[in-house]
Every structure is written in structure tokens, then in C-alpha cells.
Design a protein around this ligand. Structure first.
Ligand code: BGC
Length: 825
């Protein structure tokens, strides 16, 4: 059930200014650094309560980062952009607003609108698209959905934070045209059209200036775009006092320690920083507080209210709307449920769905539905489902699952966690179901905690070798039964990002042979240390890991092939792992990890009705793409993965997605993510993705099939347009297939005879239509004036090269059957 949102409150600016003026310099400056990891200082003297922020793009995490406070896990940003559906994404923003309020969050640290400069980028899954217009349209909708519910959005990371390698320090050298026409464009649209309430300044520098100190903050955000919200730093990104304070950075995160504080007070007193600059920062924070209802006498707009069933239903629909059917030979899909007698659902991601990518965007969902579970529920009772993992895709020992562990002395599934002081006195204990333990900033318990112990009994379900382990940074000691399994200090790889240490920290492991039903005690002890660079605060992050006996890839591949031979149809779910797609590091390769390519080839050779489902947030190479009957790209689709997949495979829903990014055939020619001497050159300029002339493409930008077919019959656009005017393009399309369907009609411009450098083509607008078989529908595409302009470096402004542009319409950037010309002058 969903109830709709209320309207926004009015804010009295003069009242805000008066409240700022009433504070001393010390109290003002105190408000400009976070109070802790996720919140801002309250200030009762001006009626300000504690304001809480939280990541992120795939769900609203909340202040606690573990299974005890689960979050609705929504489809990841690439999946959302793949919908090409602004209304749906706005609805999703409402779901997130409702989640934020449920969890006491005022400002969500999303959306991420950096571009897919290259699929090698670790956070690709967390950004929408390689195209600035599509990113802008989806980003505006996301922000509107959130903020109409009274919850702040934070558009991030400003700017040119398009890869992870050396992200804290790299200097991105970006040409002015690429900066304006590509990377800034989504931020511009989101500030202007959605009136976003906060922006996050990135870690990196651009053209020689660190972004937390950059003149671009004031020159572009304040002066050009009239942004009236808060610019906050990315976490630990502020590394100076004066330069960052003089820039239009308003809030240093996290706190309570940071480079501003007393040092900034002293700089203001010494006349080095203008007091009016400080006042402006405080005013912006109070304005944000008023908008989200963190200031006395302000009432924020209220979000739509969803119950659990309402959230599940919305996430199921949205996930299916983002699935991209990339190929469907012999119209194998949709399957007729009554004809499926025996189906093999195999692959490393079939039974253990990957619903999200790694990093700060990670949330703990209340449940996830794997492809195997979703199909089992949806298939008719007589259908037989065969299953096998095929191969292991990860070289890491996974997080321990509660099915093998129970609390010592009880039958309760899970583990006991104890908090001890330096003398070994137990100060507190808790019973946990999850085995990932994260406390950032502070622990939940008072007292000086020196050690955390995890205590559990492992019960073997099958006979064989169990691998137990710990992953994290710092010192870990594990005993298994009476044996010391290891006592080691685990260190971050030299040069690695701190988030790599959170997501894929080093592991220590130990093998133990157990008979079926045998039990053995496990005790893992971790010494708690301070967070590097943050005196007095803790950063605890470790996992208990456990892998049950495994036959090995050779045997599993043989089992998968045997299942494929026995089945009428195969759903083979392959994908990436947390070692591949995460914040904190870029991808070493675009190939599927482990022996998955071999698995697909063997299975496809065994059964011609093989459907490959790709569970990845970013492109992977598919050397076998033409060997399988169908390829369905499912992204990281959120907690409803399996249900949405069953809907699409069995025809209850049409796969709605179109690729928001080019799917390359090989890695050749892709922009690099590796800085050289601290500098990352965006030498490809305007030529990213489909805009590039030389790209070895498997599936083009904009591509995606529904369950019907379409004929493009007409295109109609004015022959002339005046500069600055909106242009309406009408495209007539007929549904020539067997069922009601949705088509995303895309319009691209090109200018082969231009006097200036141009991309091959660029998207200028899109519109979706829905039609019944044989019905003709007209898509009306609104092309904004900016689509015909380019950034003039000489003039420092947007200009039009008057003349004729080619406009082409079709179903992807590579299939454009209709074209016309327009003269803009
Ligand atoms: C990420 C941000 C995130 C922040 C807080 C940083 O590492 O780059 O996107 O919002 O952490 O979790």
C-alpha cells in the first residue's frame, strides 16, 4: 500500500539569516564539521536538531550497518537508468524517501551521477549511464522523488570522479568541452530542474585544484547555477583549512575531528577568511535543516507511506523494467510456463543472487530472492527444477551463513559477540544472525572496549572440508576446537583505498575436516584499534567466513552439463563478485571471474535452449554471446531479483530495459583508469561510449528487446528552428508483434559537416510508447535547445553553430531507420 506525499513547506529566509546572526563565531564553525560519522551537530540556540545523513544509491542504510537494521534494497543505478523511465524512477525516489523517514534519515547520499567513462571503473554500477542526457533525466527524477517526500538528496561526486584508482589524490585533466558537455551536464540539470538540496565534493582534483578547494564550486554551482544548498565533502576528502574554507565547501564530513574547527576560527579572526563566507555556509546548513524538518517550526513534506508488501511489489516491478533482453534467438523467451517440464537453473549466481555492488552503497536487505527461489515459486507445481553452481566465481571464503552456526550452549542459529575491556572483563554481549561486524565512529556499547570476540558452534551438514576464516584489518586470532587456527595481523595491500579494506579486506583461513553432523567450537578474537587519522574514534570492520565442502569446478561443470542435457531449458546465471565490482578499486579485467566463460560454452553446447542471465552492474565480456539462445542482462536488481526474473522469463512482465551504456565486445580502446604520476588524462575528450568512432561493440547503447517487434514508419520534425527554442520530434511506430509492448524511441543528432569537433552522434531525447499488436503509436520527443549547442572554450559559454543537424530515430544508437534534417539558425 502506498499513500501519496504531501506538499513542501515554505521557508522564511529572513528568519534563517537572523538565526545565523545570533550565533558566536565558535558556534557557527562548530556546525560546519560533522558531529560524528553520519550526523551534523545540533544547536538548540537556533532550534537545530541533530541532522542525519546516510548512503546511498541502492537503499537507505541508516546509522547502523548490519543485519539488525535492514534496508529495502532497490535496483542499483545502472538498472534504474536501464528503465529509461522517468516516472518509475521518481516513484523509486518516493520508496527511498519513505525508507529514509522510517530509519530517521534526513539526507540520502545519492544519486551518484558520475559518468560511465569506462566500464573498468569500480563504481560503474553505482552511476547511471555513459550518456549525460540519460543520466540527467534519471537523476532529476530520482532527486524529485526523494525531495518531494521531504528527504534531501545529495548529488555526487562533484566532479570527474569517474574511477577509483588513486581516487583520493588523482588530478583529472579534463578538457573544458568534455567537462561541460559530458561530466557537468547531469549536475547542472539536477541543480536547475530538481533543485537538489546538497552536493558532495569529490576526493579527486580537476585540472590542478582539489575538488574540496576548487573554484568550480563557487563559479559553477553558486554563480552559474544559483545552487542554494549545502556542498559537503566526501568522507575525509577535506585536507586543508584555508583553501577549502575559502571555497564554497560548506560542510566537512565526517566529524568530529577535521581541518576546520579551531583552526578556521583563528583564520577568521586573523582576517584570512571572510566572516561572511562562514555565515553563508551556516545559512546553507540551516536552510537544508529547514527543508528536511530539522529546524524548529519547520515541517517537511511527508513521503509516501509504503508497507512491506508495497515495497516488495514496487521493487519487483522496477527490477523487471530494468532487465535488458539483449538477444532472443528463435523467440525462445518468454517461456510458456505450462510447457516447462524440466528446467535447469544453474550458475554461481543462481542460488545466491548478487543484488547490489560493493562499497558505501551496500545495504543489508531484509531478504533476497535468488533466481532459483523465484523460479521455483513461479513455475507450475509439476515442473522439475535441477540446480548446480557450475563453478565458483570467487576466490574468497564467503561470509559465514547462519545455517551452519549456532550460539554455544543453545540451539539458536547465529553467533554470540562479546565486548571485552583490556583486562578481559566482558562489558556486553549480543546475539547476532549475521557475521559481518561493522562499527564506524563508535561502538554500540560504553566502556573502553579492547577486544571483540565472536563465539559459535559449527555444525557440519555434510562430511568434508570446511574452511573457516576471518577477514578484516588488524589482529585476528581464531581457535577451532582446541587448536589455534591462526593468530595474524592482516594488513591492507600497499596503496589500496580504505574502502577496499572495508569491502574485500585480507583473509586468514583454516581448513577443518568434519563428519556429517559433527560439531566444533569456533572463537574469533579481534583487537580493537582507533581509526587511522581519527583519534578517539573506532573503525571496526571484520567478518567471520565459512565455506562448506566443495567438489571443485571440474566436477561441478560436469554436473551442470548433465543437468543441461536432461532439461528442456536452461537458465544459466553468471555474474561478477564483490572482488570485481566495488567502490575503492577499479576492475582488472572485464571478463567474468573464474571459469564462468567455460561453463557457459559447455552448457550452451549441451542444450540449445540456454538462456544466459548476466548478474552484473557493469559490462562483462561475453565471448559466448552468440552461442546461447538468449542473453538477459539483469544488473544488480535489488532484493526482488528472483521474482522479477521469473516474471520476465515466464512472460508475466516484459523486460523493459535498454542499455544505458555500450556493451563492448573487447577491452581494446577503452579509456584508462590509471593515473600516471598522479594525473589522469581524459584524452578521449568527447568520445566516450557510443560517441566514439572506434569502439568494438557487442551490444550498442540504447539496445534492448521487448517481447514484440516494431516498425518505424515516420519521423516528423520542423525543418527550421530558432536558436533557444524547444524542438518537438514525432516518431510513428507500429507494434508488429504478437503482444502489447513498450518501445523506447530514441532520437540522436549528428553534424558530419561541422566546423568543430563533434562526437559521432549524441542522444537528444527519448520517449516511450505502449501499443497493442498492429497499433500505431506516436512518440513525441522534446529536444531541449542545449542539444544543438556546444561549449565554446573561447567565449566561456554555450553557443550554437548555426546550420543543419541530422536527426535520426530508432531503437538504439546503432539502429536508426528514420531520419530527417533540421536547420537551427
Ligand atoms: C564515498 C561516498 C559516500 C561516503 C560515505 C565515501 O567513501 O565515496 O560516496 O557517500 O563514503 O559513506
Amino acid at each position: 500500500m502506498k499513500q501519496s506525499a504531501a506538499a513542501l513547506p515554505a521557508i522564511d529566509e529572513s528568519e534563517l539569516v537572523a538565526r545565523v546572526a545570533s550565533l558566536s563565531l565558535e558556534l557557527k564553525v562548530r556546525l560546519l564539521t560533522g558531529a560524528d560519522f553520519w550526523s551534523l551537530h545540533p544547536e538548540p540556540a537556533v532550534g537545530l536538531r541533530r541532522l542525519v545523513v546516510s548512503d546511498g544509491p541502492a537503499g537507505v542504510r541508516g546509522e547502523r550497518w548490519d543485519e539488525r537494521d535492514p534496508s529495502a534494497n532497490v535496483p542499483s543505478p545502472t538498472a534504474l537508468a536501464a528503465t529509461w523511465d522517468e516516472e518509475l524512477v521518481e516513484e523509486l525516489g518516493g520508496v527511498l524517501a519513505s525508507e529514509a523517514r522510517r530509519k530517521g534519515i534526513d539526507v540520502v547520499l545519492a544519486p551518484t551521477v558520475n559518468l560511465h567513462r569506462t566500464p573498468r571503473a569500480g563504481r560503474h554500477f553505482e552511476c547511471f549511464s555513459e550518456d549525460p542526457l540519460l543520466t540527467a533525466r534519471i537523476g532529476v527524477s530520482y532527486v524529485r522523488g526523494l525531495q518531494d517526500g521531504g528527504v534531501g538528496a545529495t548529488v555526487k561526486h562533484f566532479i570527474a570522479n569517474d574511477s577509483e584508482t588513486e581516487r583520493m589524490t588523482l588530478d583529472a585533466r579534463v578538457g573544458e568541452r568534455a567537462l561541460r558537455e559530458l561530466y557537468l551536464a547531469p549536475f547542472e540539470a539536477i541543480v536547475r530542474e530538481a533543485g537538489v538540496w546538497s552536493v558532495m565534493a569529490s576526493y579527486n582534483g580537476v585540472n590542478g585544484e582539489a575538488m574540496t578547494e576548487s573554484s568550480l564550486l563557487r563559479d559553477i554551482l553558486h554563480r552559474e547555477l544559483g545552487f542554494d544548498g549545502v556542498v559537503m565533502s566526501d568522507w575525509f576528502a577535506t585536507r586543508s583549512t584555508e583553501a577549502s574554507a575559502r571555497a564554497a565547501l560548506d560542510l566537512v564530513m565526517p566529524g568530529p575531528v577535521g581541518p576546520w574547527g579551531d583552526s578556521l576560527v583563528a583564520l577568521v579572526r586573523a582576517g584570512n577568511v571572510d566572516p561572511a563566507t562562514v555565515d553563508d555556509k551556516v545559512l546553507r546548513i540551516l536552510r537544508l535543516a529547514a527543508r528536511v524538518g530539522a529546524l524548529d517550526e519547520t515541517t517537511p513534506a511527508s513521503p509516501p507511506v509504503y508497507d512491506d508488501a508495497g515495497i516488495s511489489a514496487a521493487l519487483r516491478r522496477i527490477a523487471a523494467a530494468g532487465f535488458v533482453l539483449a538477444s532472443n534467438d528463435r523467440d525462445l523467451l518468454p517461456l510458456d510456463p505450462s510447457a516447462v517440464r524440466r528446467i535447469a537453473v544453474i550458475g554461481p549466481n543462481a542460488g545466491a543472487a548478487r543484488t547490489l555492488g560493493g562499497g558505501s552503497a551496500t545495504v543489508f536487505p531484509p531478504y533476497t530472492v535468488s533466481p532459483l527461489e523465484g523460479l521455483r515459486v513461479a513455475l507450475e507445481p509439476g515442473a522439475e527444477v535441477l540446480h548446480g553452481v557450475g563453478v565458483h566465481s570467487s576466490s574468497r571464503v564467503p561470509l559465514a551463513g547462519p545455517e551452519w552456526l549456532h550460539v554455544p550452549g543453545t540451539d539458536e542459529p547465529g553467533v554470540e559477540v562479546r565486548f571485552l575491556d583490556a583486562d578481559g572483563t566482558v562489558l556486553a554481549s549480543e546475539h547476532r544472525h549475521g557475521c559481518a561486524f561493522t562499527w564506524l565512529g563508535s561502538l554500540d556499547h560504553d566502556g573502553t572496549i579492547a577486544r571483540i570476540e565472536v563465539n559459535a558452534v559449527l555444525r557440519a551438514t555434510d562430511a568434508g572440508t570446511y574452511t573457516v576464516g576471518a577477514s578484516g584489518l588488524g589482529r585476528y586470532r581464531m581457535s577451532v576446537g582446541d587448536e589455534i587456527a591462526f593468530d595474524e595481523r592482516l594488513e591492507l595491500r600497499p596503496g589500496a583505498d580504505v574502502v577496499e579494506g572495508l569491502m574485500v579486506p585480507p583473509q586468514a583461513t583454516h581448513d577443518v575436516e568434519l563428519a556429517a553432523g559433527e560439531e566444533i567450537g569456533i572463537l574469533l578474537a579481534h583487537e580493537v584499534g582507533p581509526l587511522p587519522d581519527v583519534p578517539g574514534s573506532v573503525g571496526v570492520n571484520f567478518q567471520l567466513n565459512l565455506a562448506p565442502p566443495y567438489r571443485g569446478d571440474d566436477q561441478e561443470i560436469e554436473r551442470a552439463v548433465a543437468a543441461a542435457v536432461a532439461a528442456d531449458v536452461v537458465v544459466l546465471v553468471v555474474g561478477t563478485t564483490e572482488e570485481v565490482e566495488s567502490e575503492g578499486f577499479d576492475r582488472a579485467s572485464l571478463s567474468l571471474p573464474g571459469r564462468q566463460d567455460e561453463l557457459v560454452r559447455r552448457v550452451a553446447a549441451a542444450n540449445p535452449n540456454t538462456i544466459a542471465v548476466v548478474n552484473a552492474g557493469a559490462p562483462v565480456l561475453m565471448p559466448w554471446a552468440h552461442d546461447v539462445a538468449a542473453v538477459l542482462i539483469a544488473w544488480f536488481p535489488g532484493q526482488e531479483f528472483g521474482n522479477a526474473l521469473a516474471d520476465v522469463l515466464l512472460g508475466a512482465a516484459e523486460p523493459g530495459g535498454r542499455l544505458p551504456t555500450t556493451w563492448p565486445a573487447t577491452e581494446s580502446g577503452l579509456p584508462s583508469t590509471r593515473p600516471v604520476d598522479g594525473v589522469l588524462r581524459y584524452d578521449e575528450g568527447l568520445s566516450i561510449g557510443y560517441r566514439s568512432r572506434e569502439r568494438d561493440t557487442l551490444f550498442p547503447f540504447g539496445h534492448g528487446l521487448g517481447f514484440s517487434s516494431w516498425a518505424y514508419e515516420s519521423i516528423d520534425a520542423p525543418r527550421h528552428a530558432t536558436p533557444g527554442a524547444v524542438v518537438r520530434v514525432s516518431v510513428g511506430v507500429r507494434n508488429t508483434g504478437p503482444r502489447r509492448s513498450r518501445e523506447v524511441v530514441q532520437v540522436y543528432a549528428s553534424r558530419p559537416e561541422s566546423a568543430i569537433e563533434r562526437p559521432v552522434r549524441w542522444l537528444v531525447g527519448f520517449a516511450a510508447v505502449v501499443a497493442d499488436p498492429e497499433q500505431l503509436a506516436t512518440a513525441t520527443i522534446i529536444v531541449p535547445p542545449r542539444a544543438f549547442e556546444h561549449w565554446s572554450v573561447g567565449d566561456g559559454s554555450w553557443v550554437l553553430e548555426p546550420g543543419t543537424f541530422d536527426l535520426a530515430a530508432g531503437a538504439s544508437s546503432a539502429v536508426l531507420p528514420m531520419s530527417t534534417r533540421i536547420t537551427v539558425a
